[in-house]
Design a protein around this ligand. Structure first.
Ligand code: DGY
Length: 339
């Protein structure tokens, strides 16, 4: 409409999306936005955001920006869309947006392979005690065992878990157990599991949904790939970790809040488990040198780079821009969160 063409909707962008993607913000004929960018190479300051979001129509964020009532009130009624460059949305207080009719764009699918890759990398690093033995490994010695063939376990069994399982099968993994969202219907789970077994036959011999207690007791390698938020907070706690096998490995490439950091540090220190590989940590990005997990040699820790390959970040940023512009135009988004 002429209204859209003449108005200049403000879009606040909390991370420089790079020279390939930034120009896409102004590519549409029907929207001529005023782009306000946090151009510094560090997490966007909250005070800057609260100030600049006033009167914005759209905002492009990453997982470090908390979108709550305070921020939405600062934006005011002009805000139509919050577009996050992530598949996870623990940082978005979804009901507050629903209340205000603000739509949410996110980036599923495009990062599945990258995060599955890093999950396997973390499992191997933890299994081989990479952090502690890096110097020995460089000399060509291998002191520890490869990925065991006994059950691999998944806490959360969505797209990224499936892609991780597919990568593990060539390693000789034959048995898989998982615990996942109790709200999805058991008949659709059954169909999905049959399809997965078929896809990976004859290598994959068994795939079972189990309760969380069994998951803790039986997994040799446990992948935590569940979304964050109140329903999964500290599912992996002291009680859980005490049930795990002594030689088992825990990988977390989902959300830091699912694992109690203090309990995991204690489990590593007291050798309840063999090792851990984590890409996400509770309280990030404020994880200092004194964080209990950073101090554990058996914790292989990465700074939330699961999706940080060049091609994946390009795809995420492009999708986030497309979602944002579609939301501003009141059109269907390529990937809208169903709330
Ligand atoms: C996601 O997409 O949720 C990642 O954690 C952020 O890159």
């Amino acid at each position: 409409s002429s209204h859209l063409r003449t108005s200049k909707p403000k879009i606040v962008v909390c991370r420089d999306l790079g020279p390939d993607v930034m120009p896409l913000l102004t590519k549409r004929d029907d929207i001529e936005p005023q782009v306000v960018l946090w151009a510094e190479d560090r997490v966007c300051e909250r005070t800057w955001l609260l100030e600049n979001i006033k009167g914005a129509a759209g905002i492009v964020i990453v997982f470090s920006e908390l979108v709550d009532a305070e921020l939405l009130d600062a934006a005011g009624p002009s805000l139509k869309v919050v577009s996050t460059m992530s598949v996870g949305y623990e940082h978005i207080r979804v009901p507050e947006l629903a209340k205000r009719n603000v739509r949410i764009g996110y980036t599923p699918e495009v990062l599945t392979d990258a995060v599955a890759d890093i999950s396997v990398m973390l499992a191997l690093m933890a299994g081989r005690n990479a952090n502690e033995t890096m110097s020995i490994v460089r000399e060509g010695q291998h002191l520890t065992a490869p990925l065991p063939h006994a059950p691999v376990g998944f806490l959360g069994f969505g797209r990224i878990s499936h892609a991780t399982l597919a990568r593990l099968i060539p390693f000789g993994v034959t048995d898989c157990i998982y615990s996942s969202n109790p709200s999805s219907s058991s008949s659709s789970k059954k169909e999905r599991d049959e399809a997965l077994l078929k896809q990976h036959q004859p290598q994959l011999k068994s795939l079972r949904a189990v309760d969380i207690d069994t998951l803790a007791r039986e997994s040799d390698v446990l992948f935590v790939l569940a979304p964050g938020g109140p329903s999964t907070r500290h599912l992996v706690n002291e009680e859980f970790l005490r049930k795990m096998k002594k030689h088992s490995v825990l990988v977390n490439a989902g959300r830091g809040t699912v694992v109690d950091s203090d309990a995991l540090a204690k489990a590593l220190r007291e050798r309840w488990i063999w090792g851990a590989g984590v890409d996400v940590v509770e309280g990030e990005p404020n994880v200092g040198k004194d964080h209990p997990l950073v101090k554990e040699p058996r914790c292989n820790i990465l700074p939330h780079i699961g999706s940080a390959s060049f091609e994946t970040r390009l795809a995420m940023a492009t999708l986030a821009v497309d979602n944002c512009l579609a939301g501003i135009a009141g059109q269907a988004m390529p990937a809208e969160l169903d709330v």
